[in-house]
Write a protein that binds this ligand. Structure first.
Ligand SMILES: NC(=O)c1ccc[n+]([C@@H]2O[C@H](COP(=O)([O-])OP(=O)(O)OC[C@H]3O[C@@H](n4cnc5c(N)ncnc54)[C@H](OP(=O)(O)O)[C@@H]3O)[C@@H](O)[C@H]2O)c1
Length: 448
C-alpha cells in the first residue's frame, strides 16, 4: 500500500536564543509581529529558547507585552501566537535535543543569538550539530568581541562551525536613510560634486539617548560607549559617508573596510569621555566606564584631508535621536552668510534637510531656510522596520546589509586605539538629562 503524501508545509524557522531578554522584547518581537501582519513572516516558524520555566501561555503573554497588538482577541494576533514555540533550555549547560526535536520538520534555520556575547562560541558549536534539511545561518549581534583580539577569536570560533553563514548584524545598516546615503550622494550631481575637503567643513555623527543603563548594567559596565556604539554603528556611518561610490555589494564591504583602515591614529586630545551623574548608583558600584564619548577623527585620504569627523554618543542625555550632519564651508562671497548644512536624521524619524540662505520676504535680512524630505512620513504600514528587513535578508541569504569581517576588523583596529587614547583622560561627570560634558566637547570642536 502506498503511503499517504505528507501535506505538512515545511517552513523555515527563526530561532531566537535568549528570547526572554531585552533585545528580543524591545526589538525582535515587535519586528516579527510587524512582518507577520504584512504577510512577510507567514511561512516562518518562530521559536524562542530561554532558561525560564515558561508555559506556552506565558510565552504568548510575553509576546503580547512585547508587541502590544491593538486587539489581542483578533484572528491575526491569534494566528501569530499559534506560530510561536517556546523551548526551555539552559542552552549553555544543557544539550539542545529539545530544540532539535522542534526543528525537525523545518527547512532552513536562522539562529539569532540574543544572548550575552560570552555564549556565542559555545552556542555556535552546539547549534551547528543540529541536523537541518536546508540552510543554517547564525546571526550574531554587536558588539562582535571586546577588542580586536577577542573579535578575531570569535570570528574563528563562529566560522569553524558556520563557515560563510555567519551574519554579523548592525541594525543601523537596515535603516532606510542609511541605505539611501550612497544614493543621496551619488544620484544627485549637486551633492556628488561638493562631497570633499574643498567644500565640507566637518562631518558630525551623533547618537543621543535619554535612557540610562536600565536592566543592562553588567553588560554595559563591561562595555562602555566606545565599544557599544562607536565601534559599530557610528564607524559604519563614517565609512558610508566617506567611501567612494559602488553598486556592487562585495565592493561596498571592501570600500568600507578600506576607508576605516585609513583612520588616523587618535591621541588623547581627540577623545572626551563622560559618565552620567547617577551611573554608579544605577550599576550598584563605583565605575570608570564611560556612558558618553565624543571623538574627533581624521582620514588619511586626499579627498578628506583635514576634514574632522566628529562622532558622539551618550546615555541619559536630554534627547533621543541619531543623525549625520554635513557642515559645508562658508561662502567666500558673503562673510555674513551662515554655512549651509545637510542633516540626515536617522531616528526617531528618518528625514533629510538641506539648509541654505536667502533674503527674507522684506529682501533685507539674510536668513537660513530649509528644504526637507521626511521619509518616515511616507512610510506605508507595510514598510519593513530595520530589524525586520535584516531578518528577512538573512532568511533570503542576502548579506549585503550585514557587516563583513573585514569591516569589523578595521573598526576594532581603530576602536582599540581610541580606547588606549582615552585611558588617561578625565571622566567628566555630567548631569542626567543634560547635553553631556558640553564645555569639553566644544573645546574638541574649536581646537580642530
Ligand atoms: N538590548 C539591546 O538593545 C541590544 C542592542 C544591540 C545588541 N544587543 C546584543 O544582543 C545580545 C542580547 O542582549 P540583551 O540586552 O537582550 O541581553 P539580556 O537582556 O541580558 O538577555 C540575554 C538573554 O540570554 C539569557 N541568558 C543569559 N545568561 C544565560 C545563561 N547562562 N544560560 C541561559 N540563558 C542565559 C537571558 O535569560 P534570562 O532572561 O533568564 O536571564 C536572556 O534570555 C547581546 O549580545 C547584546 O550585546 C542588545
Amino acid at each position: 500500500m502506498k503511503e499517504a503524501p505528507n501535506n505538512s508545509i515545511q517552513k523555515n524557522a527563526l530561532v531566537i536564543i535568549g528570547v526572554t531578554g531585552d533585545l528580543s522584547t524591545k526589538k525582535l518581537f515587535p519586528a516579527i509581529w510587524h512582518g507577520h501582519q504584512t504577510g512577510r513572516f507567514e511561512k516562518v516558524k518562530v521559536v524562542g529558547v530561554g532558561r525560564r520555566d515558561w508555559s506556552p501561555e506565558d510565552f504568548n503573554k510575553f509576546a503580547e507585552n512585547s508587541c502590544q497588538p491593538q486587539d489581542p482577541t483578533s484572528s491575526t494576533w491569534k494566528k501569530f501566537c499559534s506560530g510561536l514555540t517556546y523551548v526551555k533550555s539552559d542552552f549553555i549547560n544543557e544539550d539542545l535535543s529539545p530544540l532539535s526535536k522542534v526543528l525537525q520538520d523545518c527547512k532552513g534555520i536562522i539562529y539569532f543569538l540574543a544572548t550575552p556575547p560570552e555564549a556565542f562560541p559555545i552556542l555556535a558549536e552546539k547549534l551547528s550539530k543540529i541536523k537541518v534539511k536546508g540552510f543554517k545561518r547564525l546571526v550574531v549581534e554587536k558588539p562582535f568581541g571586546k577588542d580586536l583580539h577577542t573579535a578575531e577569536k570569535l570570528n574563528t570560533q563562529t566560522k569553524i562551525y558556520f563557515k560563510d553563514q555567519v551574519y554579523r548584524i548592525d541594525h543601523y545598516l537596515g535603516k532606510g536613510m542609511v541605505r539611501n546615503l550612497q544614493t543621496l550622494r551619488y544620484s544627485n550631481e549637486v551633492f556628488r560634486n561638493i562631497w570633499n575637503k574643498d567644500n565640507i567643513e566637518s562631518v558630525n555623527i551623533i547618537q543621543s539617548e535619554k535612557t540610562g543603563v536600565e536592566t543592562r548594567t553588567e553588560y554595559y559596565d563591561q562595555t562602555g560607549a566606545i565599544r557599544d556604539m562607536i565601534q559599530s554603528h557610528l564607524l559604519q556611518l563614517l565609512a558610508l559617508v566617506a567611501m567612494n561610490e559602488t553598486s556592487n555589494t562585495k565592493n561596498s564591504f571592501l570600500l568600507k573596510s578600506q576607508t576605516l583602515l585609513k583612520l588616523k591614529k587618535p591621541d588623547s586630545s581627540d577623545v572626551v569621555i563622560g559618565q552620567y551623574a547617577s551611573y554608579e548608583k544605577d550599576v550598584g558600584h563605583s565605575s570608570t566606564t564611560e556612558s558618553f564619548a565624543s571623538i574627533r577623527a581624521f582620514l588619511n585620504i586626499p579627498e578628506w584631508k583635514d576634514v574632522p569627523f566628529y562622532l558622539q554618543t551618550g546615555k541619559k542625555l536630554d534627547e533621543n535621536f541619531a543623525k549625520i550632519v554635513i557642515k559645508f564651508k562658508k561662502t567666500k562671497f558673503n562673510p555674513l552668510a551662515p554655512a549651509n548644512s545637510l542633516e540626515i536624521m536617522l531616528s526617531p524619524e528618518e528625514r533629510v534637510k538641506f539648509t541654505f540662505n536667502l533674503h527674507d520676504h522684506d529682501l533685507n535680512t539674510l536668513k537660513p531656510f530649509s528644504m526637507e524630505y521626511c521619509m518616515s512620513c511616507e512610510f506605508r504600514p507595510n514598510t519593513p522596520t530595520a530589524y525586520e528587513k535584516l531578518i528577512l535578508d538573512a532568511l533570503n541569504g542576502d548579506k549585503s546589509l550585514y557587516a563583513s569581517w573585514a569591516e569589523i576588523r578595521a573598526s576594532w583596529k581603530y576602536a582599540d586605539k581610541l580606547l588606549e587614547a582615552s585611558k588617561a583622560n578625565k571622566l567628566f561627570i555630567y548631569q542626567n538629562g543634560s547635553k553631556g560634558p558640553l564645555e569639553q566637547v566644544e573645546k574638541l570642536h574649536i581646537e580642530a
